[in-house]
Ligand binder design. Structure first.
Ligand code: ADQ
Length: 747
């Protein structure tokens, strides 16, 4: 830049110098011609009056003085024919005396042909110490007789002064022009650049109206910012609670989040002796989200379902949890029996749950249940809107119980970032089509900013349903749906566990766990133990699991008397007939197998149908030789991940159904089709015979995945995507505002 300016200055100087030379020569010629013709004119017009006053010295003197009054005339003299001075004005230069000039006049007269009639005069320029002069001599005659001649000396030094002035003027003009020619565009460019950067900075901070010319550059910037944000958050390094909190603050400027879920993370129950105890419900959703809440703080809005829940809240139906740590609130919402029947048992669990799982249970859709579902969604959405502390809060809406809530929240808080997560599979569009209120469900979920599923397949199914039943636009590149100008990103976010799992950290050693479990179950010293941990749900494939154990004992007699399978089965949704049937079937099945292969001191199936708190569950995980997860269809299945996390001793084998989301990540498990009983029993046998080093290799590989892909990453990814979307919407909103097109522009 500096070099360019220097070259520019030198070039301009040379140009000015050349131009001024030309201007000087030209102006001098102009001035001299002007002076000469003026002098000739003055002399010609004064000749007669000089001739008239020739013989009257005073008059003559006056005439000459009148001519010399012109400031550019230095002096005038009247000379007789004998070259004597007849009269002259004061200060007439001696150098041009009558005698000195007379000889030249004579010579010129001779050169002109010697006739005083035709001779018109003589002139010349000369240099005097005071400056250059122009001398003119002209004959003076009266009545055809030559009386003498008159000499006039003109000052030419003013021409030089004018030349100097013209040159200075020229340089100033050139400089001004140069400044105008280069400086103004430079200043304009600089001011435009600072205007642009000011405007961009303003836009990025979300202020004021924006200019339409910014649209192209903003879309580029959006992309760049997005890429930068994702690159940063994709940066290697483990996701932790601290990193998640920082991400929340940095990208969403959020101090807290609001979670909406049906199930609460801590349930207060009265014990038989009237005391209050705190329970951790058996729920994958709670397992995953509770560490997120501890990391981020905020409010968890949920149904207060415990017998002592009402007696443990404050005046605002809130209770601080976890006990002794108290890092966030639960805001309990009370439901009547009727509401619970219609919303929870009815539409959510007899309608949506079987609809979304391919587990051969027929969905039941009752209009009354649907009305309750809608009303309860509205009640919870209203509570959420009262619990937020800004007009653009971050709300995490969880699961199939609240498919309508995202849209309801958005109606009241249009600027909220609503992240909805569906913990169960989404069926294909044909299957979804049987739900009488499929459109309302789809529209409700599309009220969210981000809609997450565990797998890409579930995302695809959802997007297909939207395409099939709603009038929307699809952004295939972004995996987004645009409905009435509102954009929802539909992405897979496979859920996981906190890492490290705090229940594992506080657990006794594997040897102690094993000894305790062996004692509790009355197992023999050389026994082998398999474990299953589930809510008792027909999607979990507990019947198929027991049948596979039965077939194992049938086909591998060497395990009879030695291998036991313990099933921790928490009764679930027992008000629903299908679940009551399941309870009975499972119990009968266990009895039959125990009868067939059992002995007084040996039980092949140990069915523990009760709630177990996490320390007990983890004790079982750590004690077992294998864990069998046989879900017929499962969003993710966190039991599989918990078993892997629990095995700090690198022993134990996971046998995992291919119909779980977890099977896509835990590929070193023995993957089975739970319907294929022979294949599954073979896998159980292989697990029981697997060499220790192979167990170690498989577990090491799966654990390294869980370390990285933990639940903080799951939440962090969604928050980062939400932040990016929030920025894009803010910028696009400004553009739309400017163009008066409404948010539909950003589509
Ligand atoms: P769930 O259907 O609840 O979750 P899952 O992911 O396996 O299934 O989680 C169950 C949780 O409950 C685990 O933390 C487990 O330890 C606990 N649990 C199970 N049985 C128990 C028992 N008898 N006693 C005590 N605790 C027990 C839903 C979806 C899943 C998805 C999760 C998370 O159905 O596919 O993985 O949400 O998104």
């Amino acid at each position: 830049m500096a070099r360019f300016i220097l070259t520019l200055i030198v070039g301009l100087a040379l140009l000015t110098w050349a131009v001024s030379g030309v201007v000087q020569t030209t102006t001098r010629e102009w001035f001299e011609r002007d002076v000469t013709s003026r002098a000739q004119l003055v002399m010609t017009s004064a000749r007669q009056s000089i001739a008239d006053a020739w013989y009257a010295p005073t008059d003559l003197q006056r005439q000459l003085a009148a001519i010399a009054r012109d400031e550019r005339v230095i002096g005038v003299a009247a000379c007789s024919a004998d070259l004597t001075t007849r009269s002259s004005t004061p200060g007439f230069p001696d150098e041009f005396s009558c005698s000195a000039v007379g000889s030249r006049v004579r010579a010129a007269e001779v050169a002109a042909g010697g006739s005083s009639q035709t001779f018109r005069g003589w002139s010349a320029t000369a240099a005097l110490p005071t400056g250059r002069v122009y001398v003119t001599a002209m004959p003076v005659s009266a009545q055809g007789q030559v009386l003498g001649f008159a000499i006039m000396v003109h000052d030419l030094s003013y021409i030089e002064r004018r030349e100097e002035a013209a040159q200075t003027f020229l340089i100033i003009i050139s400089a001004v022009l140069a400044v105008l020619a280069f400086g103004v565009p430079l200043l304009a460019a600089k001011s435009a650049r600072s205007d642009w950067s000011r405007e961009l900075r303003r836009l990025l901070h979300g202020g004021g109206k924006q200019k339409s010319e910014f649209q192209p550059i903003l879309s580029d910037m959006r992309e760049l910012l997005g890429r930068m944000a994702s690159e940063r958050e994709d940066a290697p390094g483990r996701w932790t609670a601290v990193r998640l909190k920082q991400t929340l603050n940095r990208y969403l400027h959020g101090e807290k989040v609001v979670i909406l879920a049906n199930r609460e993370p801590y349930v207060h129950q009265y014990t038989a002796d009237g005391k209050i105890e705190v329970q951790h419900p058996a729920s994958g959703l709670v397992t995953a989200l509770e560490p997120i809440m501890r990391a981020c703080s905020g409010v968890w809005v949920a149904h207060g379902s415990g017998s002592a829940d009402r007696d443990t809240v404050d005046g605002n139906d809130r209770v601080r949890v976890p006990p002794e740590e108290e890092s966030y609130h639960i805001r309990r919402v009370w439901l009547s029996d009727e509401e619970q029947q219609g919303y929870y048992y009815g539409f959510a669990n007899e309608g949506l749950w079987p609809l979304c799982h391919t587990a051969h249970a027929r969905p039941v859709f009752r209009a009354g249940d649907w009305r309750q579902y809608r009303a309860v969604n509205q009640r919870f959405a209203d509570v959420v809107c009262r619990e937020v502390d800004s007009k653009d809060p971050i709300v995490l809406v969880q699961d199939y119980h609240f498919a309508l809530a995202p849209e309801m929240i958005r109606e009241r808080l249009p600027q909220a970032t609503v992240i909805a997560f569906f913990h169960i599979p989404w069926p294909n569009s044909e299957r979804m089509g049987i739900c009488p209120w499929r459109n309302e469900l789809l529209e409700g979920l599309l009220g969210s900013s981000i809609l997450g599923f565990h797998t890409q397949l579930h995302c695809n199914n959802f997007l297909d349903s939207v395409d099939r039943f709603l009038e929307t636009r699809r952004d295939r590149e972004q995996n987004a749906v645009i409905m009435q100008g509102h954009r929802t990103l539909v992405r897979p976010y496979p859920i996981s566990l906190e890492w490290p799992v705090h229940w594992v950290q506080s657990a006794p050693s594997v040897e102690e766990c094993r000894a305790q479990v062996w004692r509790d179950l009355g197992l023999k010293p050389g026994a082998l133990l398999g474990i299953g941990v589930d809510r008792l749900d027909y999607t979990k494939g507990v019947e198929e699991r027991f049948q596979a154990v039965e077939l194992l004992l049938e086909r591998h007699p060497e395990f009879r008397g030695r291998f036991s399978f313990v099933q921790l089965a928490e009764p679930s949704r027992t008000k629903i007939e299908r679940y009551q049937m399941l309870n009975d079937t499972v119990e009968r099945l266990a009895e039959r197998i125990n009868l067939r292969f059992g002995a007084p001191d040996y039980k092949p199936i140990i069915l523990l149908r009760s709630h177990h708190e996490p320390p007990e569950v983890f004790r079982f995980y750590r004690a077992a030789d294998l864990c069998y997860v046989s879900s017929l269809h499962d969003g993710m299945n966190l039991v599989a991940k918990e078993f892997v996390a629990a095995r700090t001793d690198m022993r134990g084998v996971l046998v995992l159904s291919e119909f779980t989301g977890a099977a896509r990540e835990l590929t070193e498990a023995l993957i089975v089709n739970p319907y294929d009983l022979e294949g599954s029993s073979d896998a159980l046998a292989a697990a029981l015979m697997m060499p220790a080093d192979e167990q170690q290799d498989r577990l090491r590989s799966m654990r390294s995945l869980l370390v990285q892909f933990n639940v903080y990453r799951w939440a962090g990814k969604m928050l980062v995507d939400a932040a990016r979307l929030r920025n894009q919407e803010r910028l696009a909103g400004r553009l739309a505002e400017r163009a008066n097109l409404g948010p539909a522009l950003y589509s």
